[in-house]
Design a protein around this ligand. Structure first.
Ligand code: HEM
Length: 198
């Protein structure tokens, strides 16, 4: 029997019992939380943001995928064996990316979550293209782009938080929490690029 529910997207192993533990310690995670000014209020604001964002997942992904498609240096990461963007690869990743929006907002930062952050880190680096069985000429995602993408991933989400009738102070709290969580994620995903200096 499969260990994940049958409607989980292919390759989405967040809840797998076989996920190796993250090499990042609880102490390192606590220090990173301090570095991004993370508080329990952020966790609560992000959970509320998740309720606003989850129903808009496809529209958010349309914006992000449009941005990637419009930048040749980014879409190159999704090249197939012929060097052209691989539609199946893009579509497979898109399903997991959609779940990530909700996961970012709702998951506890526990050992299982940390383990999946390491898995995502490896998927941008040493195990890129394996999950979707793609013969891609792009061996990894450039670290500089991984870091830089925190900007569009953060700024483009704000209009989706500004739903009709939303209190501006509440939108600001949700957006700041989103920003902190994205930077925290990117910091964790940066680990395999330079484990000695991480
Ligand atoms: C803040 C920056 C970024 C975020 C939040 C992000 C998020 C994600 C997520 C959630 C996934 C799916 C993880 C899973 O398998 O469950 C993914 C995979 C992927 N991302 Fe990113 N990403 C970022 C930066 C980038 C950049 C700059 C590129 C380069 C164009 C990129 C290319 C890819 C590719 C090619 C995959 C599939 C990796 C594989 O083969 O398994 N990502 N990303």
């Amino acid at each position: 029997m499969s260990e994940t529910s049958t409607d989980a997207p292919a390759g989405y192993t967040h809840d797998s019992r076989h996920l190796p533990p993250s090499p990042v310690s609880a102490e390192e995670l606590a220090a990173l939380h301090a570095s991004v000014l993370w508080t329990e209020d952020d966790a609560a604001a992000l959970r509320r943001a998740g309720e606003v964002l989850a129903p808009q997942t496809e529209a958010i992904l349309d914006v992000w995928y449009g941005f990637v498609a419009g930048n040749p240096h980014l879409v190159a990461a999704f090249a197939g064996a012929d060097g052209e963007p691989d539609a199946d690869y893009l579509a497979a990743v898109r399903k997991r990316f959609g779940l990530w929006i909700t996961d970012l907002c709702t998951r506890e930062h526990n050992a299982q979550w940390l383990a999946y952050q390491e898995e995502i880190a490896l998927r941008h680096t040493t195990s890129k293209s394996r999950t979707d069985h793609v013969d891609s000429p792009a061996s990894h995602v450039a670290l500089r782009d991984l870091i830089a993408l925190a900007v569009p991933i953060t700024l483009t989400v704000r209009p989706f938080l500004e739903v009709e009738g939303a209190d501006p102070a509440e939108v600001e709290a949700q957006h700041q929490a989103w920003f902190k969580a994205v930077v925290l994620s990117v910091a964790l995903w940066a680990r395999p690029y330079s484990p000695q200096m991480w």
